[in-house]
Design a protein around this ligand. Structure first.
Ligand SMILES: [Zn+2]
Length: 378
């Protein structure tokens, strides 16, 4: 019997302005876009079983190379059958390259032209990550989508700093491509850098498309520049990206960020906002962002979000969720993480349907109109 060999492909199904609805076909199944990837940092989407993540409608999750290489180790995960089996997620998995976490978490990091040497934040052990070792580790993890090693340019950065940083990332992108072992249905994504400078972003896109990748990510945003600046960068960068490849905006964002970015042609997102919010009583709903610790929920017998079919909304009241957080019960973060991920997935499905129907602009306006002033003080 011949096994069907699927290739890694992206196909646009519909467009509405710059926005696109599409399908990414991979070795581990299809991803309908625009897509939101829940973050499963250490091989788990915090507070969620894999079944629960699936029930929210997610088709792809993200794993963090930095965390997994340190503990339990990429070789161990490979010996145990790969990350899909290890975390019971047979669907597509995207792994980051580890570079961002080294810069934000590791101790005594030292960057050179060929990679970065650092000490683990767990036990202080010395490690080195290079473009080729980052790709090899992601191969051991069996990542469906591998990300090149890059340096996330700090914000703010001078044009000279951003230029030097971007050129290093492009050098590493070429080395990552060299190290990547092509397999049917597996993809390697390049990462556009260049800070907030349009000419550097353009040069980065030109360098990456010259190398050739299965998808293109935009990195170095949502690092303190603010939404207006981020959207300005997207306005000048997204139109430069190849139309026949998926486009991934890394580390973004709030529901409002997702709507704005989808309208500008972004296909994929990842962010800790819904899961982290779920652990800190921050709820994303049809009516905006709520803080379930707020005393006004103590006697509220109604559901968190009447439009939501998650267990938190169909089985429980706001008063109960409020009580769980006030009592520091672990069920509170579990239920609210489920709800927030369900909200994010519904937002993506609704945007996809709106793109197909050619009414994304109206959908965006109606969605925002339903948001009350944010309680987002916590
Ligand atoms: Zn819900």
């Amino acid at each position: 019997m011949k096994t069907a060999v699927s290739s890694f492909t992206y196909q646009t199904v519909a467009t509405d302005g710059a926005a696109r609805a599409g399908v990414i076909a991979t070795a581990h199944g299809e991803i309908a876009t625009p897509a939101f990837m829940p973050v499963g940092t250490t091989g788990t989407v915090k507070a969620m079983t894999a079944d629960a993540v699936r029930e929210t409608g997610a088709s792809i999750v993200l794993g963090n190379t930095y965390h997994l290489m340190l503990r339990p180790g990429a070789e161990r995960i490979a010996a145990l059958g790969g990350l899909h089996r290890f975390m019971d997620w047979p669907g597509p998995i995207l792994t980051d390259s580890g570079g961002f976490q080294i810069m934000s978490l590791a101790k005594l990091r030292k960057l050179d032209m060929d990679g970065v040497t650092f000490q683990s934040h767990i036990d202080g052990a010395r490690h080195r990550l290079t473009p080729s070792s980052a790709v090899e580790i992601q191969h051991l993890l069996d990542a469906t989508i591998t990300m090149v090693l890059d340096e996330c340019t700090a914000f703010p950065a001078t044009p000279d700093q951003a230029h030097t940083s971007m050129q290093l990332s492009m050098r590493w992108a070429a080395a990552s491509k060299q190290a990547f072992v092509p397999r049917p249905g597996y993809g390697l994504f390049g990462i556009v850098q260049g800070g907030v400078f349009p000419d550097l972003r353009r040069a980065s896109v030109e360098a990456l498309t010259g190398i050739g990748f299965d998808g293109y990510a935009i990195g170095g945003l949502a690092v303190g520049e603010g939404q207006a600046m981020m959207l300005t960068v997207l306005n000048s960068t997204v139109p430069l990206l190849p139309r026949d490849r998926p486009r991934y905006l890394m580390g973004v964002g709030t529901p409002d960020d997702l709507i704005e970015a989808v309208q500008r042609g972004i296909d994929m997102f990842d962010c800790v906002i819904p899961t982290r919010g779920g652990r800190t009583a921050r709820a994303f709903t049809t009516h905006g962002i709520l803080n379930l610790r707020n005393a006004r929920f103590a006697d509220d017998a109604g559901p968190l979000d009447a439009a939501c079919d998650c267990p938190a909304c169909t089985h429980h009241s706001c008063a109960y969720l409020h009580h769980l957080f006030k009592s520091a019960e672990m069920l509170g973060p579990m239920l609210l993480t489920w709800h927030n991920l369900a909200y994010y997935q519904r937002l993506m499905r609704d945007m996809r349907a709106a793109i197909v129907a050619g009414r994304l602009h109206d959908f965006a306006a109606a969605t925002r109109a339903a948001w009350r002033p944010s309680e987002d003080a916590a």
